[in-house]
Design a protein around this ligand. Structure first.
Ligand SMILES: [Zn+2]
Ligand SMILES: [Zn+2]
Length: 445
């Protein structure tokens, strides 16, 4: 044991922590297997509830009628996904104990990234292969957000105001490029942009036949009485394409925003009115509306200034429309757009033989990104998105907050920042450390 610890300490320059796993990780139960069994019931209950609702709602959206749902398949899907998520948690806990018991001490990799990547890799093999790419994308998104926050926390990056708009603009620019060259089939984001930015020049924004008489009159004035530049390829006046698509998006955004406020008010019905009549509700519609307005505004203006069609014009317009995010800052949406852009570049390069094709790329991506996120949940939880931490709290019955993170600070991270006053309630019969080591005010080991 001591030879190994010397090897780690001297050769790899890794600090080691000789505390046992009870006083470090599973402070709720001194026995490793007992601690594992303790987390199963709540974990499974949480997963069944979450996935039950998820599969039911997505099934209903797909089929539109509850009688058309295949309930046997639904139950199989719910059980498979629940087992996957519960196992991700159990394998992680098990492997942390396994490494501690084999080595005789903890090191940074064995208490975090090696254990978390291994657990995520083994768990994703259980999940339905069809769901793996979606999970991989979601976790890659979350991992990049975590890394960004971590770099800011450690002072490597300055927090850039409206930084997410720049990231969003980069994603939209890449997507516009692919849309121009390969159409909506180039990727999911192209399909989405075709709708949000009204990229299809042959389509009408509003169908006049379905409009009330007054609206028809106004729209006709807007379409016919204003100028359309000779290079522009949209159907009616330049003003109409920008205003109509903005107006339509505002409507959809408002419905989505109100629906979200109603869902938020389910737990506190007394706040319904306060949640609905709130200027916050208008942020999402304003964001949706300004995207196509900026896009068409910039495209038509550049057509006028340059006097000819260029390949760069739509890409510049796409990038400029990223500025809409100033109205509704969202790191998740920005990162989604960026990763979707990179994904399109990768798929195109792989198709052209310029990049290797990975058959199991989604498994690898999930394992690495989930491993990275979970590793940080253990050693630097302040870098994780709050919503995701709360999700994990539900899964672990709040046990993720019980780790004795004060001991991890010796690995060089500010692991205890969120838990300054927390002291684990340990049974002294199973403790090897002097309690002074994990009490506040006193410098840890
Ligand atoms: Zn243990
Ligand atoms: Zn125009």
């Amino acid at each position: 044991m001591s030879v190994l610890s010397k090897l780690f300490a001297n050769s790899f320059q890794l600090p080691i922590l000789e505390a046992n796993c009870y006083e470090t990780i599973h402070v709720w139960n001194p026995s490793c297997s007992g601690a594992l069994i303790d987390v199963i019931p709540q974990g499974l209950k949480f997963c069944l509830k979450t996935y039950g609702l998820f599969y039911l709602i997505s099934g209903l959206i797909k089929k539109g009628d509850p009688r058309k749902l295949d309930y046997v398949r639904l139950i199989k899907d719910i059980i498979r996904s629940s087992v996957f998520l519960t196992m991700n948690m159990l394998i992680l806990l098990y492997s942390m104990c396994w490494f501690r018991n084999r080595l005789g001490f903890f090191t940074l990799p064995t208490v975090s990234f090696v254990a978390t990547i291994l657990a995520s890799f083994l768990a994703i093999l259980i999940e339905n292969p069809k769901r793996r790419p979606m999970l991989a994308l979601y976790l890659t998104n979350l991992a990049s957000e975590t890394l960004y926050r971590q770099l800011v926390n450690h002072g490597y990056l300055r927090f850039i105001k409206n930084g997410e708009s720049i990231v969003f603009a980069a994603g939209l620019a890449m997507s516009t490029y692919f849309y121009q060259r390969y159409g909506e089939k180039a990727g999911e984001l192209c399909k989405l942009m075709k709708f949000t930015h009204h990229l299809d020049n042959n389509a009408e924004v509003f169908d006049l036949r379905k409009m009330p008489r007054n609206a028809r009159l106004w729209l006709n004035i807007l379409r016919k009485n204003f100028v359309k530049h000779r290079i522009c390829e949209h159907r009616h006046s330049c003003l109409s394409v920008a205003l109509e698509s903005g107006l339509r998006n505002f409507g959809y955004g408002l419905v989505a925003s109100l629906a979200l406020s109603l869902i938020k008010s389910v737990r506190t019905p007394s706040k319904v009115l306060k949640n609905i009549f709130n200027s916050e509700v208008l942020k999402m519609p304003a964001f949706f509306a300004s995207m196509p307005m900026i896009y068409h505004g910039v495209e038509c203006s550049l057509n006028r200034i340059l006097g000819r069609k260029t390949n760069v014009t739509p890409i510049a317009a796409g990038a400029a429309s990223g500025a809409a995010m100033i109205l509704y800052p969202s790191t998740s949406i920005a990162m989604y757009a960026l990763w979707k852009g990179f994904e399109m570049i990768y798929f195109k390069a792989a198709d052209d033989g310029l990049a290797p094709k990975f058959k199991y790329g989604d498994i690898l991506l999930y394992a690495l990104s989930t491993g990275f996120v979970l590793g940080n949940v253990i050693i630097e939880p302040q870098a994780i998105r709050k919503g995701y931490l709360n999700f994990l709290r539900g899964l672990t019955d709040n046990k993720l907050d019980l780790f004795n993170r004060r001991l991890f600070t010796k690995f060089g991270f500010d692991s205890n920042l969120l838990y300054i006053n927390y002291v684990p309630n340990l049974d002294l019969r199973y403790v090897t450390l002097n309690p002074a080591h994990y009490l506040p005010q006193i410098k840890p080991l």
